[in-house]
Design a protein around this ligand. Structure first.
Ligand SMILES: [Zn+2]
Length: 180
């Protein structure tokens, strides 16, 4: 039996077991004493901090899996046939994907979009720049190839080619998501 670690499914006691088969072979888990009836288990971390327990390998993978790539040519076509309306959804979704990958509440696409209208588009340009910097931050965190497109997307935005800025940022996000 182990001290305070309870089964995450049924709340029973757990015992430390080493996995002997499957993809997790060699990893240690606090396994529910009701195993195999109950499949509840929590990975044993070296420094066994609570935050680490909950930020296990599996949850990290789930967090990444919540964001999926978006079809850039389709999104461009949809933007054109809706006279730009679709780009609102795209902008807000892109900001949401960045926030998820950063595991933070910022950026908030909806408020950035509204503030963009209120500032006659100036804030939107700032967002293109900011979002690209966030993408760099995610690339560094994931140890992926860093590609800083912030200046390019800002200049494209200034010249009214925001849709290309969106496509470039989406392309970087797609690369990050597909790498997993
Ligand atoms: Zn259990």
């Amino acid at each position: 039996m182990t001290e305070d670690v309870k089964c995450p499914i049924c709340g029973s006691e757990t015992a430390i077991r080493t996995v002997v088969k499957g993809p997790d072979t060699g990893l240690k888990f606090h396994v529910c004493v009701r195993f195999p009836k109950c499949k509840g288990r929590i990975p044993v971390e070296k420094d066994s901090e609570l935050s680490d327990l909950f930020d296990s390998k599996e949850t990290k993978e789930k967090k990444v899996a919540m964001v999926s790539g978006r079809n850039i040519p389709l999104y461009i076509i949809l933007t054109f046939i809706t006279c730009g309306l679709f780009s609102i959804y795209w902008f807000i979704s892109l900001a949401g994907d960045i926030a998820k990958l950063r595991q933070k509440a910022d950026p908030n696409g909806l408020s950035d979009y509204v503030f963009g209208i209120l500032t006659c588009g100036i804030w939107t340009l700032v967002c293109y720049y900011r979002y690209s910097k966030y993408i760099v931050e995610i690339q560094e965190k994931q140890e992926a190839k860093v590609n800083d497109i912030s200046t390019v997307v800002l200049i494209l935005g200034i010249f009214g080619m925001g849709i290309i800025s969106m496509a470039l940022m989406q392309n970087e996000l797609n690369k990050l998501v597909e790498a997993h």
